[in-house]
Design a protein around this ligand. Sequence first.
Ligand code: Q0Z
Length: 331
Amino acid sequence: MTPHPPLAPGKVRDLYAVSDDHLLIVASDRISAFERVFPTSVPDKGRVLTAMSVFWFRELADVLPNHLVTWDGPLIPESVRGRALLVERLDMLPVEAVVRGYLAGSGYGDYCRSGAVCGVALPPGLAESARLPEPIFTPSTKARPGERDENIDFDTCVSVLGRALAEEVREASLELYRRGAARAAEQGLLVADTKFEFGIGADGGLVLADELLTPDSARYWLAEGHRPGVGRPSFDKQHVRDWLTATASGWDCVSELPPLPLDVVTATRERYLEAYHRITGLSLADWPRDPADLRQSPGRLGQCGGAGDRRDPHREPDVHRPRRPAALQPR
Ligand code: Q0Z
C-alpha cells in the first residue's frame, strides 16, 4: 500500500520505516472496542484522528518538542494522504504517560480497591466519573498486543526512567493535559484522561511522540449531562458501546466482535467529525490542505515556529535543525 517496509502493524494504525531517521504513521479507518477490532470500519476516522493529532501537535508545540515532521507534500504517499504523519524516529520510552482529570476506566477500578491510583492517594468517597481535585500522573507499562497495560506507581516509573527523566515526563504530561483539557472544555468537551508517549531524540532531549489527544488516546466526554456516579462511554464510541452491549448485537463478550450496522457506523462517523470541528473549529473538508490556514508549520513543531511558522508547507523537512531547549526542565 505504501512504498515503505512495514515496521509494526497496530490495531488501528500501521507504522512504516521511511529511513533510519523517519517513520510513517498511517491511521486506518479501523475501530476498536474492548481491546478488539471490529470487522467494520468507519469512513474518515483515520483522517479525523490524523488531522486532530496535527492540530494538537501545533497547539501544544510550546510545551515540548514533538516528533511531527510533516503531513503533506512529496514525502507523503498519495494513497495515504490525509491519514499519514511523517515523524522523526525516536528511542521510545518504555512507559505510557497517562494523565487523569476524572475517575474512569482502570483508574476507577484501582481507586475502588485501594483508594489510590498508581500510588496517588485520592480523597475518599469519589464516585465513578468524578472530577479529581487536580489532574494526576498515572503511568503504565506497555503490555504485549492484546493485553492491558499495567498501572505502575511513580517510584516504579523512576526505577525505569531515572528520576530526572521521570519528573520531566510527569511535568510535561500534566502541562499537556491541562492545556488540552482547557481548550476542549471551551467547546463543551471534557478530557477524562489521556495517554502520551515520549521518546528521546537525536540530541538526547525528550520529545513528544505517537498521536496526541485523539479519541483513540484520550477519553472525551460531552460536558453536558456529565454527572458523577454514572460510568459514561466516550464521546466517540457511545453508539458503538450502546449497540454492542445491547442484546440486539448478540455479542457474548467472548467471541470476535460482530459487524457494525450501517446506522451505528454513520452515527459514529458523525461523532468523529463533530469532535474534530468542536476541538479545532475546522472542517475536515479542508484537510490536509487548509486554505484558511497559511501558517502550517511542519518539522519539529516544538522548536521551529509552531503556530507562527509561515514557511512553505510542502517544503522538504530540514532534518538537521538545531533544537531549542526543552520548555520544561526537570526540577
Ligand atoms: C510508535 C505504534 C503505530 C503501531 C513505535 N517517533 C517514533 N519513533 C520510534 N517509534 C515510534 C515513534 Cl511514534 C513508535 N509506536 C506505536 C504506532 C502502529 C505502533 F502507528 N511504536
